[in-house]
Design a protein around this ligand. Structure first.
Ligand code: MLT
Length: 263
């Protein structure tokens, strides 16, 4: 059963759908809504369980999250969009490309990876999901995930940005966080999807990211038939939050070029 997603929807022009990272919400795209809505229709959903969207009762899977996004397209009258995802949002964007390719005009994959989890990474996610269920809080994510979300430059020089990210992690409903960790643990390898992608792609990585590395970004760009790769300086995992101007400029150029070629 798909879940009806709450989405912030601002601006007019070519639709640009941005899918958020874990364990955050559409609130992470504040600077993208502000910086891109003068040129595009910027649609930022809360994935199921996060922000204003309810969790639903399905088994955890990124495919269910992608189907929710496809359902949202129909609900708000969007036929095709440039779809961008950061980290978990990238996993969902890749699942959308596999399950609903007709909806995708072009794809932005930021701070994400196409490979499935290693057994150790999967174990770690399931351990964290169990801890969240047991504690009824996301404390384990504050302890273990938050420190890796921004790079050392942001951490040292931009306390307000780090504080905002911390607040978003704290606000995550525990059931959504546990569900999403189990969904990500179960996600399949997406390299085959990338190799078969018919639309252009922009792959981005923060040069200080230790969660999704530059090498993983390069492997995605190599697998994609039509991709450009941009490494964002002085950015960690949340490159869109840490270096919004560079991120927005790259996305705007990519989406504007697509809008020109597709009319
Ligand atoms: C995210 O930022 O969405 C997460 O780091 C994704 C992950 O845990 O693989």
């Amino acid at each position: 059963m798909t879940v009806q997603l709450y989405a912030r929807d601002v601006g007019t022009g070519t639709p640009l759908v941005l899918l958020h990272a874990f364990p955050l919400s559409s609130a992470m795209w504040l600077e993208q809504r502000q910086g891109l809505a003068n040129r595009f229709r910027v649609i930022t959903p809360d994935l199921r369980g996060f922000g204003g969207s309810r969790l639903g009762g399905d088994e955890p899977s990124v495919d269910a999250m992608a189907d929710d996004v496809a359902h949202l397209f129909r609900g708000i009258g969007v036929r095709r969009a440039v779809v961008g995802g950061l980290s978990m949002g990238g996993y969902v964007a890749m699942a959308l490309c596999r399950r609903h390719p007709d909806l995708v005009l072009g794809v932005v994959l930021a701070s994400t990876r196409a490979g499935a989890d290693t057994p150790a990474a999967r174990e770690n996610r399931l351990r964290q999901a169990d801890a969240i269920d047991r504690d009824g809080t996301v404390q384990v994510l504050l302890d273990e995930v938050l420190p890796g979300l921004v790079g050392p430059t942001t951490y040292r020089q931009r306390a307000l940005v780090y504080g905002r990210v911390r607040g978003l992690v704290q606000a995550t409903p525990p059931p959504a966080a546990a569900w999403a960790q189990r969904a990500m643990a179960a996600r399949p390898d997406a390299f085959e999807t990338l190799r078969g992608l018919k639309v252009p792609a922009l792959v981005m990585a923060g040069d200080e990211d230790t969660i999704a590395t530059e090498d993983e970004a390069r492997a995605m760009a190599d697998a994609l038939p039509n991709a450009e790769l941009l490494v964002i300086p002085r950015a960690g995992h949340l490159c869109a939050v840490e270096q919004p101007d560079l991120f927005n400029q790259a996305v705007a150029e990519f989406a504007a070029a697509l809008a020109r070629t597709t009319g």
